[in-house]
Ligand binder design. Structure first.
Ligand SMILES: [Zn+2]
Length: 130
């Protein structure tokens, strides 16, 4: 596994989503985070937890890709809201919209997502790998 492979996967997913929505491609960066990913409203950059993603990819690339597509689409929807391409709502409703958008894009059901999420992408998993 090379880090470049993971990085191009992430960039390709974001490019695909941007083409689909007709918007500029959002920037993203690796970051030390508590969660797997987040959209930073201040910098307008999608931040992704490097350690977890790289380890998960090393362990099971296919599974990590499926889950990452979902995670990236979720954060991408936050970006759409930020740039005025999706409607602004109270926080919990936005999170729900992000999840629905991500499910549609990744083609994963809620139960598949919780299964993929369980391992190897949890922080516990990271601790095991340190
Ligand atoms: Zn969210």
């Amino acid at each position: 596994m090379s880090k470049i492979e993971v990085e191009s996967f992430i960039s390709n997913v974001l490019r695909e989503l941007s083409i689909q929505e007709g918007v500029p491609v959002p920037k993203w960066t690796w970051r030390v985070l508590l969660g797997i990913a987040m959209f930073n409203k201040r910098t307008k950059v999608i931040e992704i937890r490097e350690f977890t993603v790289l380890n998960a990819w090393r362990k099971d690339a296919e599974r990590t890709k499926r889950y990452l597509r979902h995670v990236l689409a979720h954060e991408f929807y936050h970006y759409l809201v930020e740039i005025g391409k999706a409607s602004v709502k109270p926080r919990l409703l936005i999170e729900r919209d992000c999840d629905l958008y991500a499910m549609k894009y990744s083609g994963l059901s809620e139960s598949e997502i919780s299964e993929l999420k369980r391992r190897p992408l949890t922080p516990d998993f990271v601790e095991e790998w340190r």
